[in-house]
Design a protein around this ligand. Structure first.
Ligand code: NAD
Length: 527
């Protein structure tokens, strides 16, 4: 197999120092980013073991896919109940392995996952029901669309929301009748193994959901193991290699990649709400969110007041080890992200930006970075154009909304965008002009937790959609079944033989059907 290997996984991810998730030949070690404590060691699954896991999953899928969808949904709800029952231990592990504040572990991971399970289970029976489509021309026949499980769905997930992002795709896959094999991030493997433990403990079919821990090559092996669909969530760089590997094997894939969400603060925006939103949208999960507010375009009429209030709120945030106290901002999960943050700040300051608060690593044994506000930024600085994925919010003043819209769209990424204005209709019109898979008016981040709506990016933020009915259907092959409504006898007039007479007849038919008289429409109205 032409294995594609993540440079990061085999290059810089191993190592020493507090919170670094290192790896040996056969195992991966997981460290707590807030303390540097060694939390556990898990297998670095080989290609042969991945193939065996996929083969077991395929066998389990045969029985599962044959169950009525309602039965599958009931059983997924039992798994959901087990998650809710065991929420304390999940929150403990999330705050240790990711350094996440306990509120965020509970709300943004456990609650969101439970809610997604509930949504998928209540929506799948209707969304995946076979449906008849009315044919506009072939009135003598009936067509039905069926949503058929694909088989085994591979899920490759990142470290920033290791609980809910993985379950988002695994649960959509299984309610749709598939098996799922998850390759979690090597940075947070213990969370994935906890999911598997809860799955098995809830009496779910053991082989239907499997976890293969490992580095990039384990993910590459999953793509090469005979899966029918891959749902990948991660960086643009890895996504490019993963999509190429899927293309090579003609495996359909969904790509959920990076973001560079702009926030446009219109002249009439509510300063207090906008400032609070910027702080929450920029620093929740220490800025390690694909939907994070990554650049602010503030109208000059509001810029100074908004900047000042945002700095004030940011200075009041509590940063620290979430296992010791109720903090607002936890650790930076993946150590190289601290270097990325420092590089962005250095570049911005050298080009004229100023650090209004934060700007450096926070003291302590763990991996912390001070929530940072930069002012005076522009598109000549990397902080405004490349994904930060850390606790930095750069501000740029704009003279007009048109300028803000132009700059917001001037990006190779297009996952989310935000517009703040007292005039919601006006903000919605701006939203329609922004190049992004999702745009929120007067809110931030919430669409990542809204399973009812399709979620995903445009441009290099990816393709395909997860969540919503579109996301559920994407887990299925679409089959068109067409059957006769009336018996036309042995010979169909559209079949052989071709004669001069039948040619003339069809030519008159062409004119009658498609010229402006609209016979076609009248035929349509008859049935
Ligand atoms: P990453 O791309 O480094 O890794 C993602 C996953 O891919 C990991 O499990 C990794 O082991 C695996 N992988 C690495 N090389 C591989 C290969 N060659 N073949 C198959 N799998 C391979 O991403 P990350 O650092 O874990 O996550 C951060 C990124 O994820 C950010 O860019 C963020 O914006 C993005 N993200 C996107 C969304 C979304 O929904 N769009 C959500 C969360 C995070």
């Amino acid at each position: 197999m032409g294995q594609v290997v993540s440079e990061r996984s085999v290059g810089s991810n191993g190592g020493s120092g507090p919170g670094v998730n290192g790896h040996g030949d056969a195992t991966i070690r997981s460290y707590a980013p807030a303390t540097g404590e060694l939390l556990g060691e898990v297998p670095n699954t080989s290609a042969d073991e991945v193939r065996a896991a996929v083969a077991r999953a395929r066998r389990a899928q045969e029985a599962w896919g044959a169950l009525p969808v309602e039965e599958r949904c009931q059983r997924v709800l039992r798994f959901r109940d087990a998650i809710v029952d065991r929420s304390d231990e999940i929150v403990d592990l999330l705050s240790r392995e990711c350094g996440k504040p306990r509120h965020e572990a509970l709300l943004h991971e456990v609650l969101v996952a439970a809610d997604m399970a509930t949504y998928f289970a209540s929506t799948a029976p209707r969304a995946l029901e076979p449906r008849e489509i009315k044919l506009h021309l072939f009135k003598h026949r009936r067509s039905f669309v069926h949503y058929v499980p694909r088989g085994v769905v591979g899920v490759i997930s990142p470290w920033n929301f290791p609980f809910q992002l993985a379950l988002r795709d695994v649960l959509a896959a299984v309610v749709a009748g598939n098996a799922a094999v998850l390759k979690p991030s090597e940075v947070t493997p213990l969370i994935a193994l906890k999911q598997k433990e809860i799955w098995d403990g809830a009496g779910m079919p053991e082989d239907l959901f499997q976890v293969v821990t490992g580095l990039g090559p384990t993910g590459a092996a999953l793509i090469d193991s005979g899966i029918q669909l891959l749902v990948f969530t991660g960086s643009v760089g890895t996504g490019r290699r993963v999509a190429a590997a899927c293309g090579e094997r003609l495996i359909p894939c969904v790509m959920e990649l990076g973001g560079k969400a702009p926030l446009i603060a219109c002249a009439d925006a509510d300063v207090e709400r906008t400032a609070q939103a910027i702080v929450f949208g920029g620093f929740a999960n220490a800025g390690q969110v694909c939907l994070s507010v990554e650049r602010v375009y503030a109208h000059r009429e509001i810029h100074d007041r908004l900047l000042e209030r945002t700095i004030e709120i940011t200075k009041g945030l509590h940063v620290g080890d979430p296992s010791r106290a109720f903090v607002d901002v936890g650790a930076v999960v993946f150590p190289p992200q601290i270097d990325v943050a420092e590089r962005h700040i250095k570049d911005a300051v050298e080009k004229g930006a100023s650090v209004k608060t934060g700007g450096k690593r926070a003291p302590g044994p763990g991996q912390f970075f001070e929530p940072t506000i930069l002012a005076g930024c522009d598109h000549g600085m990397t902080v405004m154009t490349e994904e930060i994925f850390g606790p930095i919010v750069p501000f740029m003043q704009v003279a007009t909304e048109e300028e803000a819209i132009r700059l917001a769209n001037e990006s190779h990424l297009g996952l989310n965008a935000y517009v703040f204005s007292e005039d919601t209709d006006h903000a919605r019109r701006i939203a329609e002009r922004l190049q992004a898979g999702g745009v929120l008016v007067n809110d931030v981040l919430m669409n990542g937790a809204c399973p009812d709506a399709p979620f995903g990016g445009i441009k290099q933020s990816g393709f395909g959609r997860v969540m919503g009915e579109d996301g559920l259907r994407q887990m299925c092959d679409v089959k068109h079944i067409n059957a006769d409504r009336v018996n036309l006898g042995a010979r169909d007039p559209l079949w052989f033989p071709y004669t001069e007479a039948s040619y003339g007849w069809f030519k008159r038919g062409l004119r009658a059907l498609y010229s402006s008289g609209g016979l076609l429409r009248r035929i349509g109205e008859l049935f």
